[in-house]
Design a protein around this ligand. Structure first.
Ligand code: SAM
Length: 232
């Protein structure tokens, strides 16, 4: 059972439908070393145990949740530029997790922690209203119609993410998949507790670093859409 099962505000979703591809990845020597050295200090496994964010970061500061942090490039750059907020990245891909631990260590970032596991389970275990922002950058687009049920941005997941935002907190999504961008906009607009800050797609915010997904998209001629909503 996850905490969502008990939360009447959040419609149930099946946890057997995953939003990620199971994939194996080879770890570089540097990543293996980073995981061994840094996991005990900066890592946590997603579990049924509730997460105490103040305890995790050793202070009370606004927390940004980075869902599907990939190799961690965005998280490391944004956390370095934003030392007054804490960044919790969640990812299932171990080489990416290890890479972020390495980046954070090299940059001496005290405001980064990395969770391994399903972001939806992690979020279910958080109390309501504890997040300052949720970032979902370049989520897997699951382009085939029969796979749309795997998309992370869908009504039940949005209701869950929004419930963990503090009033005024931000849900920021970015995608290079035009059809997913439209579907995201519809889904986010349909949530009565979210306000569209820009009345449509947002101008590209300078604080969101360019990652390999964005570079690839732009090279292939796919424009990137940002959607930035606030919890009422
Ligand atoms: C296309 S990548 C984008 C990575 C990164 N955000 C970027 O912009 O470079 C999507 C990532 O989301 C992760 N992911 C998808 N669903 C997830 C979930 N439920 N929990 C944690 N990570 C997830 C995948 O493992 C993958 O690494």
């Amino acid at each position: 059972m996850t905490a969502t099962d008990h939360d009447p505000a959040v419609p149930p979703t099946s946890r057997t439908i995953r939003t990620f591809h199971p994939r194996r990845g080879r770890m570089s020597g540097r990543q293996t070393d980073a995981l061994d050295r840094l996991w005990p200090r900066y890592g946590l496994d997603v579990s049924d145990e509730p997460v105490d964010l103040a305890d995790l970061f050793g202070r009370r500061a606004p927390v940004v949740l980075e869902i599907g942090s990939g190799m961690g490039d965005s998280t490391a750059v944004m956390a370095a530029a934003d030392p007054d907020r804490d960044y919790l990245a969640v990812e299932v891909h171990t080489p990416g997790i290890a890479n972020l631990l390495d980046l954070a260590d090299r940059a001496g970032l005290g405001n980064v922690r990395v969770a391994r596991g399903d972001a939806l389970e992690l979020v279910s275990g958080l109390p309501e209203g504890v997040l300052d922002a949720v970032h979902v950058f370049f989520p897997d687009p699951w382009p085939k119609a029969r796979h749309h049920k795997r998309r992370i941005i869908q009504p039940a997941h949005v209701a869950l993410l929004r419930s963990r935002l503090a009033p005024g907190g931000t849900l920021h999504c970015a995608t290079d998949w035009a059809e997913y961008a439209e579907a995201m906009r519809e889904t986010l607009n349909a949530d009565p507790e979210l306000v569209d800050t820009y009345g449509g797609f947002a101008p590209r915010p300078a604080h969101r670093p360019v990652t390999k997904f964005e570079r690839r998209a732009l090279t292939a001629g796919r424009p990137v859409a940002d959607l930035i909503y606030r919890r009422r």
